[in-house]
Design a protein around this ligand. Structure first.
Ligand SMILES: NC(=O)c1ccc[n+]([C@@H]2O[C@H](COP(=O)([O-])OP(=O)(O)OC[C@H]3O[C@@H](n4cnc5c(N)ncnc54)[C@H](OP(=O)(O)O)[C@@H]3O)[C@@H](O)[C@H]2O)c1
Length: 141
């Protein structure tokens, strides 16, 4: 499967490494003009959003219609620069993201897998062949 990862930081790289090890194709999009967000999003069958929470709106705007009809896996945590909760209590960050990308199927996943313990990469390595396509099939119905 072709998986576009938006955000090439700690989490994006760990996910990309794990997904490549299980045979998926990975392309990155971030603020580097050599790896544009829009181009990666157009290329991917599935998109993973792995940017800081404060950058989700900008990234979503750049992804735009390239994500129409696709599954977008949102791995962000709604935290500000000081690690404080940055969303409200009447909605969720994923629901707000879904509003920005109304024709996309937004799925929240991986955000509770700890990077520090390498659980994120290991989880992908051991589960992606089973769970990732299953999640996508479910959300694509
Ligand atoms: N720490 C954990 O264990 C953990 C686990 C799961 C999820 N998370 C969540 O995963 C997300 C990413 O965390 P991280 O540690 O990987 O952050 P990070 O190392 O700071 O990397 C963030 C990446 O996002 C890119 N970026 C920033 N603004 C962007 C924009 N407007 N458009 C496109 N790309 C943009 C950066 O771009 P440049 O490369 O151009 O600078 C960088 O590549 C956060 O929301 C975090 O809460 C964290």
């Amino acid at each position: 499967m072709k998986i576009a990862i938006i955000g090439k930081g700690n989490v994006g790289k760990a996910l990309g490494h794990g997904l490549r090890r299980t045979g998926h194709e990975v392309r990155y999009g971030h603020r580097d003009p050599k790896e544009p967000v829009r181009e990666a999003a157009e290329w991917g069958d599935v998109i993973i959003l792995a940017v800081p929470y404060r950058a989700t709106k900008d990234a979503a705007e750049e992804i735009g219609s390239a994500a129409d009809g696709k599954v977008l896996i949102d791995v962000t945590n709604a935290l500000d620069q000081n690690g404080k909760f940055a969303a409200g209590f009447t909605t969720s960050a994923a629901e707000e993201l879904q509003k920005l990308l109304p024709k996309t199927r937004v799925v929240k996943a991986f955000n509770t897998c700890s990077l520090e313990t390498r659980a994120l990469e290991e989880w992908v390595k051991s589960n992606s062949q089973r769970s990732l396509p299953a999640t996508i099939r479910y959300r694509s119905k």
